[in-house]
Design a protein around this ligand. Structure first.
Ligand code: UD1
Length: 398
């Protein structure tokens, strides 16, 4: 049977199962966070029973009193186990009766990871190791493990050089950035290169502690999943945006940071010249990819790019957000750069389409107004200047 027919058949089986009401017991680590909580909603809507393991870290969730630890948006049907992913006894308890796991728990600040090294390695690498150790013991009951990986593990995205053809450049040097030469150069001939879609086969050059730990999470999961027959899939997310991003967390993604600045009447602060290119993928498409991963045997043991296929630079992001919020506040360009940042990385989505049947649905023109509707209903503490000063004091922004 051809791959296409096999895939259609598997999808049909999944639909029949859903109609039969087959319900799995599923653990979502980091399930009270931005991405995790949306996955939880979708799993419950699909008829599954969901348990969430989440440390509710103050940087993301704010400090709460003991009565109100549960985030208000967390689905009321989700069981919440509050605690640390490195707590092996708690993991055992959280895995009781579980048949599938979505591992979303992670510390996510690229800049912060460069000085809070043990915190990032503990939560992301060691936390994943502890989870896997427990999963291996229960492997006969586990039908699927889906791990949140990240495009940050590629370092600079794939490029095309007019002279040398396809190249995979390393991160730009401190000297180059110090001279404000922002564009990526060919490692062969030194000419400026153009970005091309990055495939999963591109060599990995993680440029931050965060990225190293994401690579660890992905590879530990795929290698051990294969060795022990736990069907495992790593989804390499591009820049995710949407409601529930932690607006007051200065180490979160740029859409949330700029929105919080604008809400507080402050100009977005743009690193480099703002021509860094990213692919912003809406949370609903991330959820789509995760649910497809649960149902797609052809995707097992693969790492798969998940983006929107729409590329935009950071200047345009600032402009769209300011316009959408009705604030005529121009961004500022201090001419600084952030250690470990990449210039451009855009996804090749061929594998996502072929093994998952993934098709991005939400364009920026639809997703940004939706994000802003939610942003307007929030109050955000803007601590970006303090966070940037912390990075600058360590020479990590210069
Ligand atoms: C982000 C995520 C990372 C995720 C990856 C892929 C965060 C903190 N990082 O990394 O977890 O794995 O996408 O999905 O969520 N910028 C400014 N001014 C600011 C902040 C950022 O100009 O105040 C620029 C940065 O220099 C960078 C771009 O915006 O060029 C995007 O930055 P950021 O949102 O931090 O995302 P990534 O580093 O791409």
């Amino acid at each position: 049977m051809g791959a296409g027919r096999r895939q259609r058949l598997h999808r049909l089986i999944a639909v029949v199962n859903a109609e039969k009401g087959e319900s799995l017991k599923i653990l979502v680590t980091g399930g009270a966070g931005f991405i995790g909580s949306h996955i939880v909603d979708a799993l419950i809507a699909a008829g599954h029973e969901v348990r969430v393991l989440d440390a509710l870290v103050a940087q993301v969730h704010g400090s709460r009193d003991s009565e109100s630890t549960r985030p208000p948006y967390l689905h009321t049907d989700a069981e919440l186990v509050q605690g640390d992913i490195c707590d092996a006894a708690l993991i055992e308890q959280a895995l009781e009766g579980v048949e599938a796991v979505f591992h979303q728990a992670a510390e996510v600040g690229v800049g912060q990871s460069m000085y809070e090294i043990t915190r990032y390695v503990d939560a992301n690498t060691r936390g994943t190791a502890i989870l896997l150790q427990a999963l291996i013991r229960r492997r006969r009951h586990i039908r699927k493990l889906v791990v949140a990986s990240s495009m940050s593990i590629y370092g600079e995205g794939a490029c095309e050089c007019r002279q040398c053809g396809p190249v995979a450049p390393p991160l730009r040097s401190a000297e180059q950035l110090g001279a404000h030469e922002w564009e990526v150069r060919c490692p062969g001939c030194g000419r400026e290169v153009r970005p091309s879609p990055t495939r999963e086969t591109k060599p990995l050059f993680p440029g931050s502690v965060y990225a190293i730990t994401k690579q660890d999470q992905e590879q530990l999961s795929l290698v051990l999943g294969r060795a022990y027959g736990i069907p495992t899939i790593a989804l390499r997310y591009w820049n995710v945006y949407g409601a529930r991003q932690a607006l007051s967390n200065p180490y979160t993604g740029v859409c949330a940071i700029f929105s919080a600045r604008l809400l507080n009447g402050q100009p977005p602060l743009i690193f480099e010249d703002g021509c860094q290119l990213r692919d912003f993928v809406h949370i609903r498409d991330i959820v789509q990819a995760n649910l497809l991963a649960l149902e797609s045997p052809d995707a097992n043991y693969h790492a798969i790019n998940i983006g929107s296929g729409e590329v935009i630079n950071i200047r345009q992001v600032a402009q769209m957000l300011a316009e959408g919020l009705g604030r005529s506040i121009a961004p500022i360009f201090p001419g600084k750069s952030r250690e470990g940042d990449i210039r451009r990385c855009i996804p090749d989505l061929t594998r996502a389409r072929s093994v998952l049947g993934y098709k991005p649905q939400v364009t920026l023109a639809q997703g940004i107004p939706e994000l802003l509707d939610w942003v307007r209903s929030q109050t955000a503490r803007d601590s970006v200047e303090t966070a940037t000063a912390e990075l600058a004091a360590r020479q990590l922004v210069r």
